[in-house]
Design a protein around this ligand. Structure first.
Ligand SMILES: Nc1nc(=O)c2c([nH]1)NC[C@@H]1CN(c3ccc(C(=O)N[C@@H](CCC(=O)O)C(=O)O)cc3)C=[N+]21
Length: 296
């Protein structure tokens, strides 16, 4: 059997089209242009690539994009002062501070300084708590994108065994919360889990978010399972490099019922969900009904 390949690139284009429709409506009927501010501290090349493509897609859906590039040595107090300005600016509905931050900056402190209503990454402790208690929140983009693809593929996820490999605050933990919210039986596993292969083999839905290239081989996958590969790892490939996921794609695709590729799977959905969250934040800020199908 060969798995159905879930086309995250095409799915993301659909999500962005829905965002664009919503933005056009907000401009037309409410004279409101959603605005997203992205803050990049330092010159990490991978981060620069991500910030550039995000800025381009923000403009493409009709939103306003504000970029703040600070040099690597920027004092924490300057960054906090910038966030205070962005919090107070009515033209800005979403704020994303690109992670990781340089080591002299306390990332938790910075993230928690963002107005939770503008926290389109969903990393502020208020949003984490709201998500964990099933209340309306901003939902982290990567897990939201994974959930959208799973719902589109399966309809209901109720009663399915979901295994999330990885326990990060950015992906693993919020992913588990969302799957629980959709009535899955959820296991969070990680590199120290005893008999990880056996745990993975019990999964109807297997989400890999460990950040280790091709760590999960096909014989850890239950026949017919849906595999969501969150990993984006750049590895050597001859005298060049290439991107691979946390799942060994070739072998897993022989066994799985459906699988997301890397690149072209979860990555594009992450950016699409960032734009979706920004529209949602703009609607909430103005007491307008939220767009359908763009929230969790
Ligand atoms: N506060 C914060 N929020 C983030 O969401 C955040 C962050 N910091 N720091 C960095 C990571 C990384 N990230 C990616 C999103 C999309 C792709 C993506 O679209 N990747 C393409 C491939 C791109 C390529 O070819 O290099 C794909 O998977 O198809 C990659 C990486 C968001 N991040």
């Amino acid at each position: 059997m060969t798995a159905h390949i879930i086309d995250g690139k095409a799915f993301a284009a659909q999500v962005r089209a829905r965002v664009a429709d919503q933005v056009a409506m907000l401009k037309d009927q409410h004279d409101l242009t959603p605005g997203l501010a992205v803050v990049l501290v330092g010159e990490d090349p991978a981060s620069q690539v991500y910030v550039r493509s995000k800025g381009k897609l923000t403009v493409e859906v009709g939103m306003a994009s504000f970029e703040h590039r600070l040099d690597a040595g920027t004092p924490q107090s300057d960054l906090l002062a910038l966030i205070a300005r962005l919090n107070a600016d009515p033209e800005i509905h979403g704020i994303l501070v690109q992670l990781p931050l340089p080591s002299h900056i306390d990332s938790d402190l910075v993230i928690n300084a963002i107005d939770p209503a503008k926290d389109v990454d969903g990393f502020h402790i208020s949003n984490v708590g709201l998500l964990g208690t099933g209340q309306k929140s901003m939902v982290p983009c990567t897990p939201l994108g994974c959930l959208m693809m799973l719902r589109a593929h399966h309809g209901s996820l109720s009663g399915m065994n979901a295994v999330v490999v990885g326990r990060s605050n950015i992906v693993g933990k919020p992913m588990a919360q969302l799957l629980l919210g959709d009535s899955c039986t959820v296991t969070i596993a990680h590199s120290r889990s005893k008999d990880l292969p056996a745990i993975c083999r019990g999964a109807d839905i297997l989400v890999a978010a460990v950040g280790r290239p091709e760590m999960i081989p096909g014989d850890w996958v239950k026949p017919g399972a849906t595999v969501i590969d969150v990993g984006i790892n750049r590895v050597a490939h001859g005298d060049k490099t290439k991107l691979v996921g946390d799942v060994h794609f070739e072998s897993a695709a022989q066994v799985a019922g459906a699988i997301t590729p890397v690149p072209g799977g979860v990555g594009p959905m992450t950016i699409a969900c960032l734009l979706a969250n920004t529209v949602t934040a703009a609607c909430r800020a103005h007491g307008l009904p939220e767009p359908e199908g763009l929230t969790a």
